[in-house]
Design a protein around this ligand. Structure first.
Ligand code: AHR
Length: 655
């Protein structure tokens, strides 16, 4: 029987302490399940302006005039109608992937004439940063030049380029750079045309010089840094329902996202019209961030790439269109070719393209998702055909398969039973559920078949109000509940091979779905409390599970405590994670059962708030973030106070 003693302090509720006499015992010398290097990873989807307007550092929206409204995001600036015209022109016959461009005619060299781009809810511009402008252009007649200028919301100049002359009637790329003189969250770009004549323009682009790894066509460094800091085991891309499309015609097709950026065909983003309460009519996919860049990003941050491919099914929440099973060949060929693109020798067709894009070495693809969040017998029919084709050519590729949108119920049971009977490799479970579900399900995997398919907890997030409610918050209750649940994932690392929170990113002015792991505006970004939970698990992954018990029982919710423990064999470290979901402090004695000698000080990292509604924000990005401290270890024993509503990680070196 557990003995409890309640210590009530004067007035302040956090002073209430529970002394739990029953110690926790960690069996440090008996490593059990190996923790996969992939265990804690990242789910990336182009939702909430995650790619264009977010991770992809391009500042110009609708740079190639391919949105439904070709001039969406642009305004024409002229002193009088006589100064000039902008004509949207379509060269469909010559260029079907980037058909439109603009023809600019200046009738007179006097008076101002130009076009202004509003960016993605403005452009984030930093003082002293260099900006690199490029444009494809050709001269048709006369003599046209241009210069570009960044302006703030009042029209004040933030810096401008030298003049660039457009010469010759062949399409060529022109470039110029300039430095900004001030910082502005919502700047705009003016492109001023000078001279008299006619010239054509396309792919109007502006990038900051400082992208991630300073790459041209690069990614926003602050956002990648947040991902790199997680030390993720895998990167799943590009989604999510974006893989499926609302209809098959707008599904994600990786081959259209590689090669020169100007040849990547822009299509609508499926989240553009998904939610009537969050319409985003200017949400398209430029694919400037395409499959090559995703593989490169995975490599940069040390994550295994996990692409998810369309399996001949459009989103079942939308049109639910399927491709006839006897017409699946192009879809299957896309999967086979993707493996060749990632891993193939440079002498192969797709390996050659990878090398030509700058990466002769393989990307070491080992995991591939067949379909996103599919369900029903139609998925099984297609899964069988894909699996046969992929496994017969690439038997070592591990396939990730959907078990539907819910963690239980008819759809889940059907796919779970069927795919297990078919010996699927990895089952991708999704749970968008209330915080209480996460606390109640810390034991979810305790009784899973140890010999069956491995589990990928592929999309999960506690929903403070309801799934897809725009009122959902990334509050501390959600994050704490996820931490409690994740101790159960870790404890069951022999079954759970991978896990990722979803969705990943959201622009504060351009989101459709909440909650999300990382929020950003055009200049700044912050990790939510959920982010810090993910990061702490991933940074303290260890190599093997060890038992942590109380009275010989695993700790999965009794007395509001949840715990898991691992050893990191190469580092000779014992790491345990304890979540206290109660409003009271809990004092705990922890005994380390080991023949080794623990050093006399342990490192304690705590994520805590007394306010379950607390959130981080652009103004207070680290309101809830980890604190570290030390604690004494004596006679293989330590005594710790677990604060109310806290997630604690303890690191002890074993000599
Ligand atoms: O993460 C948001 C969406 O939730 C994903 O696109 C989809 O897979 C799931 O329904």
């Amino acid at each position: 029987m557990m003995m409890k003693k309640l210590i009530i302090c004067v007035s302040f509720f956090t002073c209430t302490q529970v002394m739990q006499a029953q110690p926790l015992v960690v069996n440090a010398d008996k490593p059990t399940a190996a923790i996969q290097p992939t265990m804690w990873g990242i789910f990336f989807e182009d939702i909430n302006f995650a790619a264009d307007g977010g991770l992809y550092a391009e500042l110009v929206k609708n740079r190639s005039f391919e949105f439904f409204n070709p001039l969406m995001g642009w305004t024409i600036q002229q002193q009088s109608p006589e100064t000039g015209t902008v004509l949207v022109t379509n060269r469909l016959v010559q260029d079907s992937s980037n058909p439109r461009y603009i023809r600019v005619t200046r009738y007179t060299s006097s008076g101002k004439f130009g076009i202004t781009n509003e960016g993605f809810r403005g452009m984030g511009i930093r003082e002293n940063e260099q900006y690199h402008f490029t444009v494809w252009a050709k001269n048709e007649s006369g003599n046209i030049s241009l210069h570009v200028q960044l302006v703030d919301s009042t029209g004040k100049s933030l810096g401008e380029s030298q003049e660039v002359n457009i010469s010759g009637n062949e399409w060529k790329q022109y470039e110029t750079s300039f430095t900004a003189n001030a910082t502005e969250l919502k700047a705009k770009l003016n492109v001023w045309f000078e001279g008299q004549g006619v010239a054509d323009f396309d792919m109007v682009s502006l990038f900051p010089q400082h992208t991630w790894k300073e790459r041209p066509n690069g990614l926003r460094a602050d956002l990648v840094q947040l991902l790199a800091d997680m030390k993720p085991g895998f990167l799943r891309f590009p989604g999510g329902c974006i893989v499926e499309g609302r209809e098959l015609a707008t599904r994600y097709q990786w081959k259209k996202t590689v090669g020169p950026v100007e040849d990547r065909k822009v299509i609508v983003n499926r989240w553009n019209t998904e939610f009537a309460h969050r319409p985003t009519p200017d949400y398209f996919q430029s694919f400037g961030l395409g499959f090559y860049e995703y593989f490169q990003l995975a490599e940069d941050i040390g994550a295994s790439p996990l692409p998810i491919l369309n399996c001949g099914m459009a989103c079942q929440f939308n049109t639910a269109e399927v491709v006839d099973t006897n017409q699946l060949d192009p879809y299957i060929q896309d999967a086979l070719d993707l493996i060749e693109f990632a891993n193939g020798d440079v002498t192969t067709k797709w390996g050659h393209l990878r090398a030509a894009m700058g990466h002769p070495a393989p990307f070491h693809l080992q995991l591939l998702g067949v379909g996103n969040e599919q369900w029903g017998p139609q998925y099984i029919e297609r899964y069988k055909i894909f699996t046969k084709a992929i496994k017969s050519k690439y038997p070592d590729i591990q396939l990730v398969n959907s078990v539907g949108p819910d963690p239980d119920g008819e759809k889940f049971d059907f796919l779970n039973d069927t795919l297990r009977a078919m010996h699927a490799d990895i089952l991708d479970e999704h749970y968008y559920r209330p915080p209480s579900w996460f606390q109640d399900n810390a034991n979810r995997y305790d009784n899973y078949d140890r010999k069956g398919p491995k589990i990928f907890a592929g999309e999960y997030a506690a929903q403070s109000v309801a799934t897809v409610s725009p009122l959902n918050k990334n509050n501390w209750l959600c994050a704490l509940s996820e931490a409690a649940f994740m101790t159960g994932l870790e404890r069951n690392a022999d079954v759970v091979k991978m896990a990722s929170y979803a969705p990943l990113f959201a622009h504060v002015d351009g989101w459709q779905w909440t909650p999300d792991l990382i929020w950003f505006n055009n200049l700044y970004s912050y990790g939510t409390p959920d982010y810090y939970v993910q990061k702490l698990f991933a940074n303290n992954k260890g190599t093997n599970v060890v038992a942590i018990k109380s009275n010989n029982d695993t700790i999965k919710g009794k007395d509001s405590l949840y715990a898991s423990a691992v050893i990191d064999a190469p580092a000779n470290e014992l790491i345990f994670k304890i979540v206290n979901t109660s409003s009271k402090s809990v004092q705990k004695q922890i005994n380390i059962d080991t023949k080794k000698k623990p050093v006399d000080k342990a490192l304690v990292t705590t994520l805590q708030s007394n306010d379950l509604d607390a959130e981080n924000s652009i103004a207070a990005p680290k309101h809830i973030s980890p604190n570290t401290d030390e604690i004494l270890v004596k006679n293989k024993q330590l005594n710790i106070t677990l604060s109310p509503y806290s997630f604690t990680i303890i690191h002890i070196k074993l000599l």
